[in-house]
Design a protein. Structure first.
Length: 345
C-alpha cells in the first residue's frame, strides 16, 4: 500500500478522521512528515517513522513532550489513537499525529524580545523536567572528557570525505580544519580546567536549537522534536544563548545572550550559578568538538537545505572565534545575572 493510501487508512481506522488533502514536508532523517488538512478543515501534522527509527526512544520523547506541554511549555498536542496510544503501529510502520502548530522556523538572528522569550520557555522546560525521571539515554559529552586526539582524527576524516566527494569548498575547508586543529591543541585543556567539577544532569530537550522552535514575530509558539534524553542544562542553555546565527550576524549578540540567560533564570532559578556561568565555556567546547556541517554530500539534502547547512558551518566558525576572543567578559556578565534581572547588556 502506498504511503498516502496508508495514511488515509490509518487516520480513518485508528483516529476516526478523514483526510481532505496531504502534503509532504521535506524535513527529518528518521521520519516521513506530512501536513494534513482533514475533511472538517482542521490541520494536523503526521510523522511516519522509518524502519531504522528507535521506536522506544520515539515514545519516550513524545511522552516527555506531553509532560512539558501540560506545564505550559508550547509543545504540540499529541493525539491518542482509539486504543489510547500516542504511537500507532500498523503493518511494520509507526505513526504519530499532532496538532499543526502555528509559526515558522526563524532564519534571522534573535531579537532581544525573542531571546527573552526563548529564555523563558527553556527555563520553564528545565524547571519542569527537573522532576521528570532521568531518561536512560544521556546526550554525549565528548567535549568534556574525550581525548583531543579523537577530535583531531575527526578533522582528518572530514577532509578525506570532502576530497572523495570533490567538495567545491575543499581549499577553504582545509584552512578551516587547520584552524580547528590549532584551536583544539591550544584551547581545550585551558577551557576544560575552568569547568565546574560537577554540572547538573537531568531530563532535557537535548536539541533545543533555532530549527526546532517555531516563532510568530518574537513569540515562541512551538518547541518541536524532543529527543527523550538526559543532558546538561548548562549545555542546552549555552547552545540557545550563543546561537550561531545570532553570534555571527548580530553586532548585539552578547546583549541577546545575556537577556536570554536572565529570562531563563526567572523561570528556573534552581540551576546552580556555576552551571550558568559555565554555559558559554561549555558551548565553546561543544563547538570545537563538533564537525557537523563541515561536509554536506553525505546527507542527501535538498539544495536549499544543503546551502543552509553550509551557512551553519560557517556561522559556527565565526562563533568559535568570537567566544574565544570574549570569553572572560562573557563569563563575568553571566556571573552578574540574578533571577528577575532579565540581564544587563
Amino acid at each position: 500500500m502506498r504511503g498516502d493510501e496508508l495514511l488515509v487508512k490509518i487516520l480513518s481506522d485508528r483516529y476516526g478522521v478523514e483526510v481532505g488533502s496531504a502534503e509532504l514536508v521535506p524535513i527529518g532523517t528518521e521520519t516521513i512528515n506530512r501536513r494534513v488538512t482533514l475533511s472538517d478543515s482542521r490541520r494536523i501534522f503526521v510523522k511516519q517513522y522509518l524502519s531504522s527509527a528507535d521506536l522506544r526512544q520515539a515514545k519516550t520523547a513524545w511522552t516527555m513532550s506531553e509532560f512539558c506541554r501540560t506545564a505550559h511549555v508550547p509543545a504540540p498536542p499529541v493525539w491518542s489513537n482509539q486504543d489510547g496510544e500516542i504511537l500507532t503501529r500498523v503493518d511494520g510502520t509507526a505513526w504519530v499525529v499532532t496538532d499543526e502548530m502555528t509559526g515558522r522556523v526563524a532564519t534571522e538572528p534573535m531579537t532581544v524580545p525573542r531571546a527573552q522569550y526563548i529564555g523563558l520557555v527553556l527555563g520553564r522546560m528545565h524547571f519542569v523536567l527537573a522532576s521528570y525521571p532521568r531518561p536512560a539515554r544521556i546526550r554525549q559529552t565528548r567535549w568534556r572528557s574525550a581525548p583531543v586526539d579523537t577530535a583531531l582524527a575527526a578533522t582528518e576524516a572530514v577532509l578525506a570525505r570532502a576530497t572523495a566527494h570533490h567538495d567545491p569548498r575543499l581549499c577553504q575547508l582545509r584552512e578551516e580544519l587547520e584552524q580547528r586543529r590549532d584551536d583544539l591543541h591550544t584551547h581545550v585543556p585551558r577551557l576544560r580546567s575552568g569547568l565546574p567539577d560537577q554540572l547538573v544532569v537531568q531530563a532535557g530537550h537535548a536539541d533545543f536549537t533555532r530549527t526546532n522552535l517555531l516563532a510568530q514575530e518574537d513569540v515562541i509558539t512551538a518547541v518541536l522534536d524532543f529527543q527523550g534524553e538526559a543532558c546538561l542544562p548548562a549545555w542546552e542553555l549555552g547552545r540557545a544563548a550563543f546561537d550561531p546565527r545570532t553570534v555571527a550576524n548580530s553586532p548585539s549578540w552578547r546583549q541577546r545572550a545575556i537577556r536570554l540567560v536572565g529570562a531563563y533564570l526567572f523561570e528556573n532559578p534552581r540551576l546552580p550559578y556555576a552551571d550558568v556561568r559555565a554555559c558559554a565555556r561549555v558551548t565553546l567546547l561543544y563547538l570545537l568538538f563538533s564537525m557537523y556541517g563541515a561536509t554536506t554530500a553525505e546527507y542527501g539534502l535538498p539544495v536549499s537545505a544543503e546551502a543552509d547547512l553550509r551557512r551553519h558551518w560557517f556561522e559556527r566558525q565565526v562563533t568559535i572565534r568570537r567566544l574565544l576572543d570574549e570569553l572572560d567578559d562573557i563569563e563575568a556578565a553571566l556571573a552578574a545575572i540574578r533571577p528577575g534581572s532579565w540581564g544587563q547588556a
